[in-house]
Write a protein that binds this ligand. Structure first.
Ligand SMILES: [Zn+2]
Length: 329
């Protein structure tokens, strides 16, 4: 008895006026040649018009059959040079289609090209990003955003808080939320990466991780107890570490994942080290979801100059993670 063929991955275009359709089309073409089954979901006109515009129409597109018939004009291209209500609608429609297919078992996972937070807000969505939207739609109560660069030495950074104003961060870094984040990434690395006992490092909130209480007390009052909670639940978690020295001395190489308290604390060093090869993974969903680690780049959209390497890495990683989930049953 042979194993069932892996289910296809759903690819969303992101904002149709950004570089999303371009990097998705280029990356999907390479991925298909590597034997990865993908389906381009969402408005067919978006995919077809970009394919023609970029001269990528020499091969048939793996369009989603549920997208319906389409008439396009070869001159169709980006309709706007920035965020727009229509762009937000197209982006959200594709995401909803991908989520429905993932929840129904039709797709093995989803890989999402970048959306514009401004466009989806104009289109009426209250969510600041994919991660928050997916958590709500999938009914998942402990999702964690993690950026990964799998090439050795593997670098993975997860966030306690995601897209929050900096002034809101301290109140959101609670003992319960930190412990849940540690447990969430530990579980994801066990399940999807097959790492038996993942080693976790937690960064402090304050400079020098509080310097013994002189520069803040959150480390002693919140982070240390959260680490105790995580250890009591079986996680192998260390910290809290001063964030600057932790990256400056390469200490991250001793851990399977680094957990940062807020967006820029984790993502600034990540992006500096990953050099464009980073992939965003949403942990804690009932399906696999990855995306590139860059935005819509409206300023270069439509010129064929967008680099698809992060999108391609996102597709490759989603294929690996989905296959591992399928094998685990
Ligand atoms: Zn972000």
């Amino acid at each position: 008895v042979s194993a069932p063929a892996p289910r296809p991955l759903a690819i969303t275009p992101g904002d149709p006026n950004g570089i999303g359709p371009e990097v998705a089309l280029k990356a999907a073409s390479v991925a298909r040649r590597e034997g990865i089954d993908v389906v381009l979901v969402g408005a067919p006109a978006t995919w077809l018009s970009w394919s023609i515009r970029l001269g990528l129409d020499s091969e048939p597109l793996p369009l989603d059959g549920s997208g319906g018939p389409v008439e396009i004009d070869a001159e169709d291209g980006p309709a706007h040079d920035g965020p727009s209500t229509e762009g937000g609608r197209v982006a959200l429609g594709a995401i909803d289609r991908a989520i429905a297919g993932c929840l129904a078992g039709e797709f093995g996972g989803m890989v999402t090209a970048p959306i514009s937070k401004e466009s989806v807000r104009l289109a009426g969505s209250p969510f600041p990003g994919h991660t928050e939207l997916l958590a709500e739609r999938a009914g998942a109560d402990n999702v964690v955003m993690m950026l990964v660069r799998e090439a050795a030495p593997a670098l993975r950074v997860a966030l306690v808080t995601i897209h929050e104003p900096l002034r809101a961060v301290p109140a959101l870094v609670t003992r319960q939320r930190v412990a849940a984040t540690l447990a969430g990434v530990s579980g994801a690395l066990q399940r999807d990466w097959a790492i038996g006992r993942p080693r976790l490092a937690l960064l402090g909130l304050n400079p020098h991780a509080g310097d013994g209480g002189v520069i803040g007390t959150e480390e002693a009052d919140i982070l240390a107890p959260a680490l105790e909670d995580a250890r009591a639940a079986g996680a192998d978690a260390d910290g809290p570490f001063p964030a600057d020295a932790f990256f400056g001395r390469g200490a991250w190489q001793r851990y399977d994942v680094v957990v940062a308290c807020y967006h820029d604390q984790g993502l600034a060093p990540f992006k500096a080290l990953a050099q464009g090869a980073g992939v965003n993974v949403t942990c804690g969903l009932p399906f696999v979801r990855t995306s590139p680690d860059h935005g819509t780049a409206f300023d270069i959209a439509g010129h064929g100059k967008a680099d698809e390497s992060s999108m391609l890495e996102a597709i490759r990683l989603a294929a690996v993670l989905a296959a591992r989930r399928d094998a685990a049953g």
